[in-house]
Design a protein around this ligand. Structure first.
Ligand code: NAG
Length: 207
């Protein structure tokens, strides 16, 4: 009897763990308000520009809604327009498999209280951020490190209030193209010079 109880409670624990292990984005409540400095349509430069992020609890929710919130993570997320034909950026319902938000820009403890109603920080855009259209999302985690709530700078369809980041490599490419054209031009100029020299040599032999 006792062993039965033990086995069944173990089984229930395992099941609970398995269920909890898969957190679906759709299960999260949008209770956090999030604001960033880029305006819709802005173009920022990776490795140069900064984003100021401000977040707070949406006060429309009852007091205590955020009781379980222990930490927060803020991430840069690909807008649908930058996910097209890119499986490695795909949105998945299961958060562990979701590739929408790949760039962590802040990790900290959830410290909102009556004294401190909002938190703010500056993020310098990392150099490895690729050229794409983005929005920003914040996740709140409970003591077990599972996502329990979120907030984002865009609407549910992820189509409004987006901004663009231009990568360093993108900018280098245009410099490289310019350099390439320039060296191609130098080779042609050099060739032209040799041909002209040869002709001149031939002409002087004839005379
Ligand atoms: C706060 O949450 C309520 C209820 O979900 C929602 O109607 C409202 O739009 C939210 N406030 C803001 C500023 O997003």
């Amino acid at each position: 009897m006792a062993s039965h109880l033990l086995i069944s409670s173990l089984l229930i624990l395992c099941l609970a763990e398995a269920c909890y292990g898969t957190v679906l984005f759709s299960s999260l409540k949008r209770t956090l308000l999030l604001q960033v400095t880029p305006k819709p349509g802005d173009v920022l430069k990776a490795g140069e520009d900064k984003i100021t992020v401000t977040w707070s609890m949406n006060q429309s929710f009852p007091v205590g809604t955020d009781e379980a919130y222990k930490t927060v993570k803020v991430k840069l997320c690909f807008a649908p327009i930058s996910q097209v034909d890119r499986a490695w950026r795909k949105t998945k319902a299961e958060l562990k498999k979701d590739k929408t938000c790949q760039f962590k820009i802040f990790v900290g403890s959830y410290e909102l209280s009556s004294k401190k109603t909002q938190q703010s920080f500056d993020y310098s855009i990392a150099k490895n951020v690729p050229t794409a259209t983005f929005f920003v999302r914040i996740y709140a985690y409970n003591a077990e490190d599972h996502e329990v709530a979120f907030g984002q700078t865009t609407d549910a369809t992820k189509k409004t209030n987006l901004f663009t980041i231009e990568s360093i490599t993108g900018r280098h490419t245009s410099i490289d193209i310019a350099a390439g054209c320039f060296s191609a031009f130098s080779i042609f100029a050099l060739l032209g010079f040799f041909i002209a020299e040869k002709r001149r040599g031939r002409n002087s032999q004839k005379n």
